[in-house]
Write a protein that binds this ligand. Sequence first.
Ligand code: ADP
Length: 402
Amino acid sequence: MKILVINAGSSSLKYQLIDMEDEHVIAKGNCDRIGIDGGCITHKLANGKVITEDCQFNDHADAFKKLVEVLTKGCDAVVKNLNEITAIGHRIVQGAEHFSESVLATDEVVQKIEDISDLAPLHNPGHVQAIRACKKVFGPDVPEVVVFDTAFHQTMPPKAYMFGTPYEYYEKYNVRKYGFHGTSHRFVSNKLAKCLGRDLKDLKVITCHLGNGSSIAAIDHGKCVDTSMGFTPLDGILMGTRSGCIDASAVLYIMENEKLTASEMNMILNKQSGYLGVSGITSDDRDLRKAAAEGNKRAKLAGEMQRYHIKKYIGAYAAAMGGLDAIVFTGGIGENSASLREEVCDHMQFLGIELDTDKNIMCNAQEVEVSMPYSKVKVWIIPTNEELLIARDTKEIVEKIR
Ligand code: ADP
């Protein structure tokens, strides 16, 4: 069974074609600048060959037509005809309280995703356009499944997801913590349980997804009980360009003094804050560390802030769960930065966290335990694979309806 995984934005369409026999990626790529001049497709094959082509994508349907062409035509075709693609799985950022698991993208479901667009205005409209375009290009007989970033966090209890604002805003506007990166937290926590040879239902785990966007989740007996991102993916720890947690009155104070509109402030908090805002030079962890090593004090500060935030979440979530069996590091920074893992685990012996600093340096970006054999809390690096989990969910749902 071959499954096409789609991660669509308003102007881009990332895809992976996965063979579910052995879960290998047949081809992957990106259609960029949809609805904007200067569109382009970048298509990568399993043998390493990369095809790039300038294209005009007037809408998502154009991008899907091009995708079908590169998958099926010419000497680099990976499928003989479209019938070989059994189903399509879509990544959806916001499912709100409607979706606590992946589902078939029926008309009603797609309408719901559209209805909650004001909770994710930069993401859900693009997802909906992509699902509808996909139906047009692939036809109604190819099942589409939607997999939500928020679904895994729907198990949080109200005491974790409610804000301390008047209750009516929750009732009127659905203002609450939703959490994001749920597919990644679910993937790595399940993988951890497999690696440990244990049942996730017997474990208390903290998963740290650290990339340009970062979030931390507390997973107690297989269920998410808290997570660091909130109403939007802005909350939590300091990120590449996002502020993370901030006193709301500081936001209002800055707006008043700088005479900023809500959308200008939103842009500053999401795109000009975090590593970039504090350091003034970069949003990238590697560049930040290089600058810090060369003596840039603000770069050093930004890094220290992030590590401090992560430590605080680990402490808080261990307390929230009343214990801790394992920590997982994943995402571009979590998987690759030995220094980050060392700094986060430093002085955490009181919690039972004992990092093997030698192993930690040697073992980047692979599934591996990096804690001492006697560490009460196991520390693991587990590369995330959200696309694979989307494909697995899609396969499972499709097999049920066949
Ligand atoms: P996104 O949230 O966009 O998916 P990624 O998970 O790709 O982000 O993570 C990007 C971050 O990972 C960047 O800050 C980058 O510096 C960091 N990163 C990627 N590779 C490495 C590496 N080899 N060593 C240290 N940091 C890395």
